[in-house]
Write a protein that binds this ligand. Structure first.
Ligand code: SAH
Length: 233
């Protein structure tokens, strides 16, 4: 059975055309991109020269940023129309990125241990079996390499901010994007990562200010957070 929710994929395909519009429906991803790239760079001890894979790459916001920072980037996603946008945009900006429509699990089977850096941002809360994706990420990374996840915590505050606030009050995230029950507590992600043989190195929050349309790294992991893991050498 494949670990893909076709309703989720259809929903992202519907958003494909506006992916690169900073004022569009994916605007919040544009705002959080810079701080998360900074975090990834710190985690990996620099991005230049790394073989990196972006799992659930979408239209390529992170993939292009990693490529611009000097990584050799593969981006995978299951949404075909979104990938077309990613390929088109990379062509227009002159970024040489290998975009593929393949699941994380299939990619892991074909390319175990081939990547220095595995990133899987804002994707785990959209799949039926997130632990299986975490396993795939742990297989893709080489011994001693880094894995960075990001997702949304599950608690009353994240419900209030990410579902009610973001989708219904300030309308910075398209309605129906997030299902509360699929949010992931850091303790759960930590357990899946350890279960997959990864060490958990650190966790950091992303604070998003919808009024200023600004974001920065924060110690508050109650809503959006990043987790840095490493495969033991
Ligand atoms: N990681 C990107 C996009 C986040 S949106 C970023 O943070 O900028 C979530 C993405 O995950 C969408 O592009 C969606 O198509 C993708 N996705 C959802 N389920 C998936 C699956 N099972 N396999 C691969 N990609 C998936």
């Amino acid at each position: 059975m494949s670990n893909v929710d076709t309703a989720e994929i259809a929903n992202f395909d519907r958003l494909a055309a506006s992916w690169w519009d900073p004022q569009g429906e994916m605007g919040a991803l544009h705002v959080i991109n810079a701080p998360r790239v900074r975090y990834i760079g710190d985690c990996a001890g620099g991005i230049a020269g790394k073989r990196a894979i972006d799992i659930g790459c979408g239209g390529g916001l992170l993939s292009e940023a990693l490529s611009a920072a000097g990584a050799d980037v593969t981006g995978i996603d299951m949404a075909g129309e979104v990938l077309e946008v990613a390929r088109h945009h990379a062509g227009a900006t002159g970024r040489d990125i290998d975009y593929r429509q393949i699941s994380a699990e299939q990619m892991a089977e074909a390319h175990p241990g081939e990547f220095d850096l595995v990133c899987c941002l804002e994707m785990l809360e959209h799949v039926p079996d997130p632990a299986s994706v975490v396993d795939a990420c742990a297989t893709l990374v080489r011994p001693g390499g880094d894995v960075v996840f990001s997702t949304i915590n599950r608690n009353p505050k994240s419900f209030a901010l990410m579902v009610v606030g973001a989708e219904y009050v300030v309308n910075i995230v398209p309605r129906g994007t997030h299902q509360y029950e699929k949010f992931i507590r850091p303790s759960e992600l930590d357990a899946w990562a350890r279960g997959a043989g990864l060490e958990v190195v650190g966790v950091r929050g992303i604070r998003y200010n919808p009024v200023l349309r600004a974001a920065n790294l924060s110690d508050d992991i109650a809503v959006n957070y990043l987790m840095h893991c490493r495969r033991p050498a």
